[in-house]
Design a protein around this ligand. Sequence first.
Ligand code: NAG
Ligand code: NAG
Ligand code: NAG
Ligand code: NAG
Ligand code: NAG
Ligand code: NAG
Ligand code: NAG
Ligand code: NAG
Ligand code: NAG
Ligand code: NAG
Ligand code: NAG
Ligand code: NAG
Length: 694
Amino acid sequence: MSLVFVQNMVTILRLSAAAAWFAAHAAAAPVQRNPISFLQKTSGDAIIFQLGNISYLANTGHPTVVAGLVGQRSPVAEGAAIPITVISTNTSTVSNQTLEQILDDYANSDDVYSADFLEGVYIATTADTASIDASALSYLAGMGVKQTLISTGTRMASRYGQSMTTIGSGNLTSLPPGPYLATFAAGSVTFAPVYRLYEDSYRDFLYGSYATGDGSDSFTPLDRSLPSFGYPAIPVPSRLYYLHDPRPFAGFRVAIKDLYDMKGLVTTGGSQAWAYISKPANSTAPSIQRILDLGGILVGKFKLAQFASGANPWDWQDEHYPFNPRGDGWLTCSASSSGGGCSIAAYDWLDYAIGSDTGSSMRRPAAVSGTYGNRPSQGMITLEGVIPLGGATDTAGVFSRDPYKWSYFAKHWYAPSLHQSSNLTGLSALSVPDTDGFPKTILYPTDYLPLNNSHAEPILDALIANMSSLFGMTVKRFNFTATVENAMDPTVANITALNNGAIGIIDSYTQWEVIAKPLITAWAKLFDGRFPPIDSARRTGWQTYNETANTLAAYNNALIQKNTAVEWYETHLQYSTADSCSESVMLYDIGTGGLPSYREQNLNNNPNASFLAEKPPGAAITGASICPLYGCADFTVPIGQVPYYSEVTFHTEMVPVTINMVVKRGCDFVLFNMIEKLADAGVLKTVKTGKTAF
Ligand SMILES: *[C@@H]1O[C@H](CO)[C@@H](O)[C@H](O)[C@H]1NC(C)=O
Ligand SMILES: *[C@@H]1O[C@H](CO)[C@@H](O)[C@H](O)[C@H]1NC(C)=O
Ligand SMILES: *[C@@H]1O[C@H](CO)[C@@H](O)[C@H](O)[C@H]1NC(C)=O
Ligand SMILES: *[C@@H]1O[C@H](CO)[C@@H](O)[C@H](O)[C@H]1NC(C)=O
Ligand SMILES: *[C@@H]1O[C@H](CO)[C@@H](O)[C@H](O)[C@H]1NC(C)=O
Ligand SMILES: *[C@@H]1O[C@H](CO)[C@@H](O)[C@H](O)[C@H]1NC(C)=O
Ligand SMILES: *[C@@H]1O[C@H](CO)[C@@H](O)[C@H](O)[C@H]1NC(C)=O
Ligand SMILES: *[C@@H]1O[C@H](CO)[C@@H](O)[C@H](O)[C@H]1NC(C)=O
Ligand SMILES: *[C@@H]1O[C@H](CO)[C@@H](O)[C@H](O)[C@H]1NC(C)=O
Ligand SMILES: *[C@@H]1O[C@H](CO)[C@@H](O)[C@H](O)[C@H]1NC(C)=O
Ligand SMILES: *[C@@H]1O[C@H](CO)[C@@H](O)[C@H](O)[C@H]1NC(C)=O
Ligand SMILES: *[C@@H]1O[C@H](CO)[C@@H](O)[C@H](O)[C@H]1NC(C)=O
């Protein structure tokens, strides 16, 4: 996947000319500004440059706007590029105060813009008759602005040394405010959008990407490290570009699990073998397209356990296992949406990450990273254009640090038009009310709780007390396993058989048909009958897959069995009443109960640590397996943290404590409303990035 770095001689010469120009003019600058230094031209026709110690990418190959220049020639050498700021205002008289106010706002609301972009400015006024007064011009001179661009019709007081050039043509309505790299040519200037390059120092991403910008709706992979970066560079656009964008997700920065198609990028599923036989996706998965349609930005592909398996950290071969910022920095990110939870826990510049959950893959990564992450109701959103695991158990979820932002995103993202058909789920059509029909009962399953770390249980007890008092709910302790095993219908009662049989077939059939069989066949053809090199998590299952046993008929029969179990669950365990979408919310822990789980296998062979995916003694299935079986909605919610003595730093560190909240299928939005009320009451909080969540 390594890219050839194309060094274009013409560009180098032009850039040197620009550097000489800057050197000549820098002496006169009244303010200290980091000069631009050009580093590389990418094969994707973009330029990487630095201002001070911050690196940026400018998509010069596909600028936002090309505008004509009229009147006086620009002093900027033809072919030279300068960092420039588009200042957008509707004020009819632009004064020094106008500019100072706007630039302060820009600096405070964006991590991409800085005063280093004030080499030039374009004052884009939307007022019918605008004038720029003398105080504004002296302010710009004081800021060391070398080149000021204005629109035709804008009147100006007088000149203060800096050059004024008028922009006469071009679709300027499509030029939002913010930082750009402006390249000057005879009679024209192009504005290339600028991305700050953040270092993925926790190695949670496979690579960064950005919108190609050529009108094809494709993405360009930024598969590189800069000289000063050991790790992938993730391009993040200015938030100012979205200042006046009314779409609900305008400017949200979103990381995508490399299981979802993004047009122009190869979807690897975490497998180099699969990547080898795959072409770049020719369209973006509809679930991801919806994020784009709502105004979201896709910043890159994050790491996953291969083919969405539940592989432990020490079983990853094709990718280097991502790092978790929490605690000692040596804790697991779980699987399979590993890079998603950990990147949300790591980076303030990232708003959301989209993962998937078949058996636990959203919920457990959220638990170990101390972030919010959901498994939605079965059928909530189409998984077309996504590498499947179990066609009728796969779901798509979102990680967030903030309870309100999490709820906001989910409610906009999960559109009824994208619900899966009953054909795929084998279940009744999904209906998702957005009401305050909250649960009346807190179900406390005694076979899954209390939390394993006795120091964590008081945190859960406080949450339960807070929920009970806020919503007037009563707590019901019950034995989940015994309740199911007492069902009259033997299909339902034999929960182990149902989970190993029906769910076992559902969780393997789709991936076998769509991924495994084509890969094994293609590899054998290419490499003289050889089996593809894949991680151990899938090797045996694929190698011994029995197509005679796992037929389409067996799969359809499994869907019928699952539906029987769901109908029982929604009648006897979590059901709707006139007042409640889901009469109960069930709590359990999908994580470690407040114990550390290390990325290093042997460190978990210690009573003070924990492996993941442990089945509590006496329970028929793991807590994680409940909703894949019963179609319910299951949210991981961070509620606190407890200390542990690290076997890596030999120091006391903090590990997050989370709890899972389960409601009947279809009650996701009611649960989100409940989450918001818990946040209103100060019970749930925004988690921080870094070593500690709180
Ligand atoms: C970059 O430079 C600024 C100021 O010169 C400094 O505060 C900051 O820590 C530096 N950042 C990095 C990543 O070196
Ligand atoms: C100018 O913009 C400000 C801030 O966006 C807005 O509040 C104000 O109504 C606008 N005024 C006019 C005349 O459009
Ligand atoms: C704006 O300019 C006026 C003089 O024209 C000056 O008195 C004032 O301090 C300046 N304000 C700012 C914010 O620079
Ligand atoms: C100008 O840009 C806007 C916003 O991108 C777009 O809606 C419009 O169609 C463009 N107009 C022309 C003439 O290209
Ligand atoms: C896009 O790719 C899919 C699957 O690889 C293929 O079936 C389809 O024909 C392709 N569509 C186009 C327009 O190339
Ligand atoms: C849904 O199932 C029906 C009945 O089995 C079938 O006729 C139809 O083609 C299926 N639709 C899809 C989209 O698979
Ligand atoms: C939650 O419950 C605990 C224990 O009863 C109490 O100390 C705390 O104040 C409550 N918190 C809120 C935000 O109500
Ligand atoms: C559950 O089903 C399995 C497999 O069919 C069977 O071996 C087992 O005896 C059954 N258990 C009960 C309690 O019926
Ligand atoms: C595959 O499944 C069929 C049908 O259940 C069974 O007869 C056969 O023995 C199985 N083959 C292997 C290799 O286990
Ligand atoms: C586990 O933790 C306890 C209490 O911190 C400590 O006394 C004990 O030595 C630890 N056990 C091991 C095996 O590290
Ligand atoms: C809790 O710890 C016990 C004892 O180490 C273990 O058997 C059990 O599986 C753990 N439970 C969970 C949910 O991890
Ligand atoms: C729950 O019920 C199961 C099945 O009857 C039993 O094996 C288990 O011990 C019970 N667990 C608790 C905590 O009561």
